[in-house]
Design a protein around this ligand. Sequence first.
Ligand code: AMP
Length: 397
Amino acid sequence: MNILKDLNFNHKKTLIRVDYNVPLNNEFQVTDNTRILAARPTIEKILNDGGSVILMSHLGRPKNKEEKFSLRHIIAELEKVMKQKINFVDDCIGDKVAKAVAGLNDGEILLLENLRYYPEEKKGDENFAKALAELGADYYINDAFGTAHRAHASTSVIARFFDKKHKAAGKLLEKEIHSIRKALDEGQKPVTAIIGGAKVSSKIGVIENLINKVDNLIIVGGMAFTFLKALGNNIGNSIVEDDKLELARRIIKEAKENGVSLILPVDLVIADKFSNDAQTKIVDALNIPDGWQGLDIGPETQKLIDQVIQNSKTIIWNGPAGVFEFDKFATGTEQIGLSIGRASENGAFSLVGGGDSVAAVKKLGLTDKISYISTGGGALLEMLEGKTLPGIAALSE
Ligand code: AMP
């Protein structure tokens, strides 16, 4: 797979698949420009080489050509970030777009309209991919890590229409792959993964892959209750997946056989209802009274996790430790963020990904301390599962 530094873009037109699926407020202003910033180094490299750039992305999940999902809304923010004028064309395939591409001068940027205005995009339609490939670009670059796990027309199928010398991974994609490999396959020991979130079922693949790679696997959040129940604990009314109890037992056994230390909550913040104004108590994890549910990890668990994290050289974190949307139950998640921040300051390599964990890290002002914050949700999970993502594979085929 080529990376950007293998290629020279002087006088060339380059079509870049970026992930500009950014949140907008009611006035259609960008409220978080992380993804726009993340793709900037790739665009800059091509412009600095003396080439021009055509940007394509999806935004949201439009049913038809709904105006609220127009990429027009991000022009102002993109101009601010790139410090230059952005040309825009209100379609992404066809003569009008090809003409705009033909008229593009070196140093210029052209933004295309939302790819998902065409249902063919998500279907991975070959003709649609071909139409994108035939807009007149010399190179195809994929820098959309957030959608690299999808075999969509613009993320994967399009790569068939560019030979190996005319396609490459963008800088963001390269950095994501490098960081995930550094943590997962080349991580300095001890390696610790902290996996949280609501359900085991959404992270089975991740847990099963990690169990062969890490020294410590910490399971927190709602999914911990399936494990606690599998061990015979009374979990009261906590969230549980009864059809995954057998799986949890198998994972516990596998961890033992692999010499992996599987760490579950030892105490919990329990609540009498799922609400920020619930009554709460701290109890040990063995016995949650009926009618009560665990909504965060307790102080002893936070201490235990902190010890493990401080003794780790590599740390991977995905998923909250509690219902952090309610302030009352956000402490566990925040403490994990702070622990990882401290360990990173002391030289550990840390990789944090997933919307909730990243939000916690940002809220705590820890962004600069964490070694790498992934821009991927589903894509990161699939990488952690050990899968080859179609958007990445297509660049080497
Ligand atoms: P996920 O999308 O799988 O990473 O799950 C994130 C969600 O898990 C968040 O919305 C949390 O509120 C939720 N969650 C975390 N801990 C618990 C818990 N103990 N009980 C119920 N939901 C939880």
